[in-house]
Design a protein around this ligand. Sequence first.
Ligand code: KG4
Ligand code: ZN
Length: 371
Amino acid sequence: MRILGIETSCDETAASVIENGTKIISNITATSAGIHARTGGVIPEDAARKQLESILPVITLALKEANLSPEKIDAIAVTVGPGLIGSLLVGVETAKTLSYLWDKPIVPVNHLVGHIYANFISPERSDGGWRPPEFPLIALVVSGGHTDLVLMKNHGKIEWIGGTRDDAAGEAFDKIARLLGLPYPGGANLAGEAQKFIDKNPDYRLNLFPRPMINEDNFDWSFSGLKTAVLTSLKDLIKSKNLKLSDYKAIASSPKVQKEKSRIAAEVQEAIVEVLVEKSIKAIKKYKPKSFLLAGGVAANKALKNTFEERITSRLTSAGLTENFLHVPIPKLCTDNAAYIAAAANFSYHPVDWQKINAKPELTITDQVEV
Ligand code: KG4
Ligand code: ZN
């Protein structure tokens, strides 16, 4: 089955053709991140306007790259939520129109569940050694707006077992990156800054910031306190250097604090990674899944992937985990794109009349999309 996926939940406009849920035939993503970089964050109206301009060219290109005419597509999958309402509407209304015009079934997809399915897309590897994740599985979805830990007993059977009590992990990366004067999008830039410090100080013990809730008997997180801790740290830095700068962005761009800035970035990344990994390991011990999946934009973070790999190998292999246990999509499939939306629709194939498809900005990871 060939599915055309459409994704417009935030600042990307994406279309992709996927075969049998695992093979990418084409995957096109246009982003308005460049526009938002000027303001340091997404301006919803600007994002939606750019998406309106891009949606048809992006879909046309996805079909062209796949070398397929619309008749050769079996279904259309579209993100219905969560996300920005104006942005979601662009994808949803376009998908409905195409479904009507081309007379194709349409499958609504929850963006957060979609992220998980990036792990079901086969990597382009020649050794043929790749195997899809096995159920029951646990997935950690870490994106810009959400941090959820879920147990999946099968496709479409999702049980929420934990999540953030306040800011999402990606939000923490983004807000703190801003505090440090790093450009939008913050997560990847903060990771880059952190890496500068780690490369120069590989043996430095990073433990400046607190790890909230790490020892609590639940699978929840809290990231909002980290921002305050970073602020306090920046204030201390100002005092210690006798700087007279008033706003934090100016302070962070001062050449006098470059080294400390990289160190703070490394400390922030370490604090986020540490709690995400430790709480996830706690859940793995309790639920004993056959696979553990990382998903969402923050899953593109190299330190997160490496720490999971190290700790799972050192602490959990004796618990009888198989080789096929940890799954992390390639970075390009972690951040928003339409390939995983089409993949998710393939594995939970529930077409709905186009009249019944609506944008749902407030959707949670366990909410049904077909109502
Ligand atoms: O899933 P995603 O692309 O969009 C949403 O659905 O929100 O996630 C975006 C989030 C942003 O917070 C971004 O800063 C973060 O993922 N991110 C990263 C990295 N790449 C993207 N965070 C840390 N390290 C990265 N390399
Ligand atoms: Zn996303």
